[in-house]
Design a protein around this ligand. Structure first.
Ligand SMILES: *Cc1c(COP(=O)(O)O)cnc(C)c1O
Length: 347
């Protein structure tokens, strides 16, 4: 066996910050308990990196989108505490839910029938109160297939929780109105931003995702939520540019004077999109501006502020999500999920 050398790009996951964020969101959820949205491999940060930490912090309820995401969670979480938000499309998926004990979130009358006809069992129910993605409509609650469900958590999802929109109160009122129309054990409405909307939105269980991983969707959460993901990369080459020479595709940067530059081993294939053009890497307090266009596997930076740096040294990309979103016009959600598989995420 030949040892594979370690990658030259790393995503450091601050597990303490992750645990802190969950505890903070659980505290803010008041008498409700906070669960965790762990879909898309914990928003790109890695189930093995995040879920054991969340469990240790006290989190019990986990939400994924796809059936394919269940297996990675099963070593850490009892099946009945895993909810699959997309629900069963086919009998195969319903059978998988029954065999594993994982809870399907029933999202339509068709899914309610499929689930009940296959034998039923405990499930969750999503009601649509205005986002118009998944969920049964208010008028469909009386359908026999829906009334036949053994609903554990009755849930809905807010469309505009990150804004001061009148839609929040409207969705809350519609959710409240659904409450007496179907038997259930618990209620759940709020995502990360919804938690900050106040106790009316908390019910029994909240479902934060973004803010666990360092996202700040509403001002009320800033100062409480810590950064979790820290991308960094090695300088794989340094070069000396002469005044007038260009850098990268289309030579969009031209050296105004002689300068020393570094080539970083990451690029848009790793999720560091061209939207980062004009931003800077960091070494301590020194800013190292990105020069020219981001390539697929490389980014060129100005080493003028860090003459001590050389080949093999590591530099960080500032990834405080609210600031990074401002800088790139890429949403905080996308900044997390876009990070590629070439990052070494190991502790
Ligand atoms: C993704 C998701 C969440 C988590 O939302 P955040 O905005 O990331 O906190 C909660 N509920 C549902 C139904 C989701 O799809």
């Amino acid at each position: 066996m030949v040892d594979v050398p370690p990658p030259t790009l790393r995503l450091r996951i601050d597990r303490e910050a992750l645990a802190h964020n969950w505890r903070e969101l659980d505290r803010l959820s008041g008498s409700a308990r906070a669960g965790a949205a762990v879909k898309a491999d914990c928003y790109g940060l890695g189930v093995e990196n995040c879920v054991p930490t969340l469990v240790e912090a006290g989190c019990r309820d986990f939400f994924v989108a796809h059936w394919s995401e269940v297996a990675a969670l099963l070593p850490f979480v009892p099946a009945e505490r895993i909810a699959v938000l997309h629900g069963p499309l086919s009998n195969d998926e319903a059978t998988y839910a029954r065999q594993t004990g994982v809870r399907p979130v029933i999202d339509s009358v068709r899914q309610a029938k499929l689930w009940t006809e296959g034998g039923g069992g405990a499930c969750h129910l999503m009601v649509d109160t205005g986002i118009n993605r998944l969920g049964i409509g208010v008028s469909e609650v009386s359908e026999p297939a829906v009334q036949a469900l053994k609903v554990e958590v009755l849930m809905s999802h807010l469309a505009c929780a990150d804004e001061d929109s009148s839609m929040n109160a409207r969705q809350l009122a519609d959710f409240q109105a659904m409450r007496p129309t179907i038997q259930h054990k618990a209620l759940s409405l709020a995502n990360s931003a919804g938690i900050a909307l106040g106790s009316d939105y908390h019910f029994d269980l909240t479902r934060p995702g973004l803010s666990l991983y360092g996202g700040v969707p509403r001002e009320e959460l800033s100062g409480l939520i810590r950064q979790v993901a820290y991308p960094k990369a090695a300088i794989i080459q340094t070069r000396n540019l002469k005044a007038g020479e260009g850098v990268g595709y289309n030579a969009t940067f031209t050296a105004p004077a002689d300068m020393r530059i570094g080539v970083m081993s990451l690029g848009y294939a790793d999720g560091i999109l061209r939207a980062w053009g004009g931003a800077s890497f960091r070494h301590g307090d020194a800013a190292l501006p990105i020069l020219g266009k981001v390539s697929m596997d490389m980014i060129v930076i100005d080493l003028g502020n860090a003459p001590d740096l050389g080949e093999g040294d590591w530099v960080e990309l500032p990834y405080h999500l609210p600031d990074a979103a401002q800088q790139t016009s890429v949403s905080q959600y996308e900044l997390l999920t876009v990070l590629g598989q070439r990052f070494d995420r190991s502790p």
